[in-house]
Design a protein around this ligand. Structure first.
Ligand SMILES: [Zn+2]
Ligand SMILES: [Zn+2]
Length: 219
């Protein structure tokens, strides 16, 4: 059995996934698609927030009037222009979180180089995120796909942290098909149910099959 190469993922690759030369599992591939799909909405929240802080001079919800600047710089850094020509930051002089456009731009350049493509017509966060999505299947076959997964995950977590977007997670009251623990949970926008104990991910169909097997063996 081959295991998905994504950081912390323990899912065995299914036969059809290895036949398709995928190095990561389809739940991890689906996560990357979801993260890219969320970019336009997240950027709207970030931009609105930073404009409001500029007008009012406060840091918004939970912020204080005496120290409005740190929160604002966070946001401006994240939605600001990326430094071109220094994308890999070899001297480590880039502070704070990478701007979203820098993260997406790096990976778009890589895909363009390797697939000999021209990239999107406009170089915006939304355009880059949309342009990358149809290349994810191909990317899942590349040795660096775990790095792409980590980059998109970190970017999404940073956005969620700053935009204070609440992502709800609900426990699922049935045992995990893999480790038998009652640790399954479902998260908004995630098409897979995930186990917080063994980090496996399951489709609804897989959970139903497992439930049927358990019901049959209990009878
Ligand atoms: Zn995976
Ligand atoms: Zn489990």
């Amino acid at each position: 059995m081959t295991v998905c190469i994504t950081e912390r993922c323990t899912r065995d690759l299914r036969a059809w996934e290895t036949d398709a030369h995928m190095l990561i599992c389809s739940p991890c591939l689906g996560q990357m698609r979801t993260w890219l799909q969320q970019v336009p909405a997240a950027l709207t929240v970030l931009r609105d927030g930073s404009m409001q802080r500029e007008r009012t001079g406060t840091a918004g919800r939970g912020g204080t009037r005496t120290a409005p600047l740190p929160g604002r710089l966070d946001t401006l850094n994240l939605v600001g222009p990326a430094a071109t020509g220094d994308v890999h930051d070899p001297h480590g002089d880039q502070t704070g979180d990478r701007p979203v456009i820098g993260v997406l731009g790096d990976w778009t350049r890589l895909v363009c180089e390797e697939r000999r493509l021209n990239g999107p017509d406009s170089w915006t966060e939304t355009a880059l995120a949309a342009w990358l999505q149809p290349h994810l299947g191909w990317a899942s076959q590349q040795a660096w796909v775990d790095e792409l997964h980590t980059a998109l995950r970190d970017m999404t977590w940073t956005i969620r942290g700053i935009a204070r977007v609440d992502i709800r997670t609900r426990p699922i009251s049935r045992p995990c098909p893999r480790c038998d623990q009652l640790a399954l949970q479902q998260t908004d926008g995630d098409q897979y149910t995930r186990c917080s104990n063994c980090l496996s991910a399951f489709t609804t169909a897989e959970l139903e099959i497992d439930a049927a097997i358990r019901a049959a063996s209990a009878a």
